[in-house]
Each structure stands twice: as structure tokens, then as C-alpha cells.
Design a protein around this ligand. Structure first.
Ligand SMILES: [Zn+2]
Ligand SMILES: [Zn+2]
Length: 114
């Protein structure tokens, strides 16, 4: 599966025939090559797509998460940082990582209900 930068989605490529003329040698000679192109927009596909580890949707393989999950992760992380700095700074020093994660998740739920 490939990632189309223009359509911003994963595409199964179609092959496009290209003829390259070698004018400088002999105009009757040309080379036929096939390139992988996007079936929707026709642009060449050269980026691989893989699955987002959070939601399983296809994404540009150069990114860790898909765009939507990246945005959600940023919001969650910013809430967590805010909670650690303002509401749980003392708890964070003594709690185990698991307890701290649970406390942060509770903070997120509380925030949603506000
Ligand atoms: Zn495309
Ligand atoms: Zn995702």
C-alpha cells in the first residue's frame, strides 16, 4: 500500500506507461517504463503507507500516528502535563508509574465532565 501526498490517503497504485524518447540518439527509439501512480489523482506514488498503531487506519509511514490520532494525542498529553504541574506535582513524586497513569486518566475524565 502506498500513501498519496495529494489525496492524503492510502492507495493501491495503478501502473502508468511512460515512453521516454531518446531524441539525441534516434527519434525512433524510445524506452517504455511503468510507474506506480495514484488511481484518483494520477500523481506518482513513492511513499509507503502503514497502519496507525492507535486506530489502525492507514497513514503516511513517515509519521508515527495518523493525523487525527496525533491531534488527539497532543490534547491528551497537554492535559497530562497540566495535571502533573498544577494538580498532582506531589503525588507524581511518590506514586508508581501505574498509579500515576491511573490518576492522570481520572483527571482527564474529570475534565471532560466539567
Ligand atoms: Zn492521489
Ligand atoms: Zn490513528
Amino acid at each position: 500500500m502506498y500513501w498519496c501526498e495529494y489525496c492524503q490517503k492510502a492507495e493501491e497504485p495503478v501502473q502508468k506507461r511512460e515512453e521516454q524518447y531518446h531524441d539525441e540518439v534516434d527519434t525512433r527509439n524510445y524506452e517504455v517504463t511503468y510507474i506506480d501512480v495514484c488511481p484518483d489523482c494520477g500523481h506518482e506514488l513513492y511513499l509507503t503507507a502503514d497502519e496507525c498503531p492507535i486506530c489502525g487506519e492507514f497513514k503516511d509511514a513517515r509519521h508515527d500516528f495518523c493525523h487525527d490520532c496525533e491531534q488527539s494525542a497532543k490534547i491528551v498529553v497537554s492535559y497530562a502535563i497540566d495535571a502533573l504541574e498544577n494538580r498532582l506535582p506531589d503525588y507524581a513524586k511518590s506514586a508508581s508509574t501505574n498509579d500515576l497513569i491511573d490518576a492522570l486518566i481520572n483527571e482527564l475524565y474529570d475534565r471532560k465532565e466539567e
